[in-house]
Design a protein around this ligand. Structure first.
Ligand code: PFF
Length: 462
């Protein structure tokens, strides 16, 4: 029985926050956030995102961590243990990382390609207008980089060298923040027309608001903070009882959001300048945005190849810590379900990566004309997880906690008295948490789920 197994735990608060931040901070912050912000109107997206992060993001994060720590098991078992009728939430949540990992690794492969490109001093070439489209448009090469990224992730998962990773993270994460800040300041200070881009990114323009801004921001929030997919439940199950859940959640949420905002500041004003302030063109850049913009910035810098290489090493590292947590999760899900050897589970996961990752990659080249609901294959997997499955899991979780298990189980876990091994701390945002979980989240999530699905089927245009 899963529950009888002695669970190892993180070493105190810093261990938990670091591990959770390692999972949360990744390509979602540096690659996905800026292109969504560019797509959904800049400042207005940023504003909506921040509001959702401190309300929804925070509430769901404390709820997931508390459920994990209370039940001492991963998502698959946690809901079942609390209420059999709701075990489907654990199953739904477990499907999400299985779909994300393969396409995440495709983007991880692109990062590796650029990393090696800078190391080889190909900066001028990489800054060229059609370099990126040429690269993803070639069928074979992106597949090799994808395989390398998956292989590296699998190697770490297999060898279990995550202790070492934790040590390196401690240094890499702050270094990444400093470098992002440096690139942001450099590009804003030196590029003509970047000022207007900064305004586009930071000043909300309410006329650009649409329901899709909220749908996009909400999906991004789940993705970026590793929510609504069982990860934080699993991490919570490893958290010691004397660690404060609320303040840990705040730290992860703030760290994750600050990195995303800075990444936007580094990329959006620059691409605004490069495209001569053409906002329509900006909105259409999509998943390639980071790969098109950054080499152009590095190309204008003295010593750009070195800075570019160092930068992409850090992005690669952030991506790797996230993909490791994804792969670990998927391996454990399969292991818990099929009760087979972990190595065999890893092989199955590699099979899934190939099955879903190869089409995601080829969707930009030989299978370009193949689209699902008008989306490329990679975008379709991204849509299904971020705009459908995660809101669904979040909705079911909110209803379950709000009306069946009751918010009290989360509150009690957070306020666990000292004599029971807890911190004895008060839950400061208890009021906000209860209102969000019981009222705001259910209404809101139903609305965004329905509208995003209707939008993609073309029933309504929002
Ligand atoms: N939160 C990660 C990011 O922003 O890149 C993505 C992610 C990692 C999602 C791990 C899910 C996960 F389990």
């Amino acid at each position: 029985m899963e529950t009888e197994k002695k669970r190892s735990s993180f070493t105190g608060k810093i261990g938990f926050v670091l591990a959770a931040a390692g999972s949360a901070v990744g390509l979602g912050n540096i690659w996905r956030f800026p292109y969504l912000a560019a797509k959904y109107g800049g400042g207005i997206f940023l504003l909506v995102y921040i509001v959702l992060a401190v309300t929804f993001g925070f509430s769901l994060m404390v709820a997931e961590i508390a459920i994990g720590r209370k039940t001492q098991t991963s998502a698959l078992g946690a809901f079942k243990k609390l209420d059999k009728r709701f075990s489907f939430i654990g199953i739904l949540a477990s499907i999400v990382p299985i779909i994300i990992l393969p396409y995440y690794s495709v983007i991880g492969g692109w990062v590796l390609k650029y990393l090696f490109g800078f190391v080889a001093n190909n900066t001028v070439e990489m800054a060229g207008d059609s370099y990126f489209t040429g690269f993803i448009g070639s069928a074979g090469e992106p597949l090799l980089w994808f395989a390398l990224f998956v292989g590296l992730t699998a190697l770490v998962v297999l060898l279990g060298v995550d202790k070492g990773i934790e040590k390196v993270s401690k240094f890499m994460m702050p270094a990444l923040v400093v470098l992002i800040l440096f690139v942001a300041i450099y590009s804003m200070a030196t590029l003509d027309g970047a000022g207007a881009g900064v305004a586009y990114y930071l000043k909300p323009d309410f006329s650009k608001f649409s329901v899709m801004t909220v749908v996009g921001a909400m999906g991004q929030l789940f993705y970026s903070m590793s929510l609504a997919m069982g990860i934080m439940i699993t991490y919570g199950s490893y958290m010691k009882k004397d660690v404060n859940i609320e303040s840990s959640a705040h730290q992860i949420e703030i760290f994750d959001t600050v990195i995303a905002i800075l990444a936007g500041l580094m990329i959006i004003p620059a691409i605004y300048a490069f495209s001569g302030g053409d906002e329509a063109a900006l909105a259409q850049k999509g998943p390639g945005l980071m790969f098109i913009t950054l080499p152009k910035i590095f190309d204008t810098m003295p010593g750009g190849a070195v800075i570019g290489a160092v930068f992409f090493i850090m992005v690669f590292f952030a991506a790797l810590t996230s993909s490791i947590s994804l792969m670990e999760t998927v391996v454990s899900i399969i292991h818990d379900k099929l009760k087979i050897d972990r190595k065999l589970c890893l092989l199955i996961v590699l099979g899934i990566c190939a099955l879903l990752g190869i089409p995601s990659s080829l969707g930009f080249s030989v299978w370009e004309s193949f689209t699902v609901l008008g989306l490329s294959i990679l975008d379709f997997f991204d849509f299904i997880t971020n705009s459908v499955l995660m809101p669904l899991v979040a909705l079911a979780t909110a209803i379950f906690i709000g009306y069946f298990a009751k918010p009290k189980i989360v509150v009690d876990e957070i306020e666990l008295p000292a004599e029971n091994g807890g911190t004895g701390a008060k839950f400061k945002f208890k009021g906000l948490f209860e209102i969000v979980i019981r009222y705001v989240a259910p209404v809101f999530l139903v609305a965004i789920l329905v509208s995003s699905i209707l939008d993609v089927f073309g029933v309504i245009k929002i």
